[in-house]
Ligand binder design. Structure first.
Ligand code: SF4
Length: 163
């Protein structure tokens, strides 16, 4: 059963276009709902939404609930599943064929992230972004709510600057 789940997960991740489309839709939806969610209170929304985020992203991406999701910038491949939890990869130890230095029988997740990003039309180039270090104080929180709290206000500031 676990094997079947893994192969379904792999198949979905290896075809990332629908995922990035779904991400785009969710991003817009959250953006529209943001004023309402802010009124309800981000902490309250976080508590409500967290189980759903864990339930949906856990089986699909191996999500570790780091609270600061970068999936769209990493070929829809969770960097926290790297044995070294590298936020910017790959490390210098990738084996021939793109295999992991730590687990020689597994492919390096950063090799897979790069390959998948090449199939992504919207966010594919974001694989070149340099990611900030993990903020461990956010671990366990909803990354969706944290996007509203931290990323959206910054994006709006940039948009206003260009207006
Ligand atoms: S980057 Fe963080 S929030 Fe996104 S899937 Fe990985 S552990 Fe989960």
């Amino acid at each position: 059963m676990r094997c079947r789940t893994m192969s379904v997960r792999r198949w979905i991740q290896d075809h990332p276009r629908p995922l990035e489309w779904a991400y785009r839709v969710a991003e817009k939806l959250f953006s529209v709902l943001d004023p309402l969610l802010a009124r309800v209170g981000y902490d309250r929304v976080d508590r409500l939404i967290r189980p759903f985020e864990r339930w949906s992203k856990g089986p699909l991406f191996g999500c570790r609930m780091c609270g600061q999701c970068v999936l769209r910038k990493t070929g829809m491949t969770c960097p926290m599943t790297c044995p070294k939890q590298l936020r910017n990869g790959p490390c210098g130890g990738v084996r021939p064929g793109g295999y992991c230095e730590v687990y020689a029988d597994r492919r390096c997740i950063w090799t897979e992230a790069f390959e998948r990003s090449q199939h992504m039309r919207i966010y594919g180039e974001r694989i070149l972004d340099v990611q900030p270090p993990v903020d461990w104080t956010l671990q366990g929180q909803s990354a969706w709510v944290n996007m509203l709290r931290h990323e959206l206000p910054a994006l709006r500031t940039v948009d206003r600057g260009h207006a």
